[in-house]
Design a protein around this ligand. Structure first.
Ligand code: SF4
Length: 195
């Protein structure tokens, strides 16, 4: 388990998660609305760090992006869990998995380096954090982005149906993820600071 980002400790071992606008107040032993962030002894953990349930090579046109690296492929990953409960969810088997299976967290334990390596090996021009609302596996997505940038490679993006990040987290998210977009496609210079 990986300690979560964006939370604060409150009284009586309660924690408050600020990763998204739900701002869950989570008591000792409890989880947030997303079902994948748990308070253990006053520390908030991500239960889905590196626990991938989906790993696919998708055409970029499948993503909710406009004219981004057209005709390329995107290495697409997801964990279980979601901070939404949309009735029309096409991926409810994974987005609602913890709720439907007594809190179980399945997934193949994967290193961030393996994701980046997979994207390079499959000649993908980007990595997509997708299928469920990717906010809920932020910590793993972030580590993938940092490593991908180190490879001089892929453009990372959160391709959620309706990304819901709290303002403070969003600022750091944009700084960490969006400004660290990787032009994985060989021959593309990485964006400069502040790009
Ligand atoms: S990420 Fe999960 S635990 Fe954190 S505020 Fe959102 S729903 Fe609650």
């Amino acid at each position: 388990m990986q300690e979560a980002l964006f939370y604060e400790q409150a009284q009586d071992s309660e924690v408050i998660c600020h990763l998204c606008n739900h701002n869950c107040h989570i008591k000792e032993g409890g989880r947030g609305i997303c079902g994948v962030r748990e308070n253990e002894n006053g520390t908030l953990y991500s239960l889905v760090y590196g626990r991938l349930v989906s790993e696919n090579v998708d055409p970029i046109e499948k993503k909710p992006m406009f004219h981004l690296l057209p005709a390329s492929t995107s290495y697409s990953i997801a964990t279980v869990g979601c901070n939404f409960r949309c009735l029309h969810c096409q991926n409810y088997q994974i987005s609602q998995y913890p709720r439907m299976h007594a809190g179980a967290i399945p997934g193949r334990l994967t290193e961030a380096a393996d994701v980046v390596e997979g994207a390079v090996r499959q000649a993908c021009a980007s990595i997509s954090y997708t299928y469920v609302e990717p906010t809920i596996f932020y910590e793993f997505a972030y580590d993938c982005c940092v490593l991908a940038r180190g490879r001089g490679g892929s453009r990372g993006k959160a391709a959620g149906a309706g990304e819901l990040l709290r303002a403070g987290a969003r600022a750091r998210h944009q700084k960490r993820l969006c400004q660290q977009r990787l032009h994985v496609a060989r021959g593309h210079a990485p964006p400069g600071p502040g790009a």
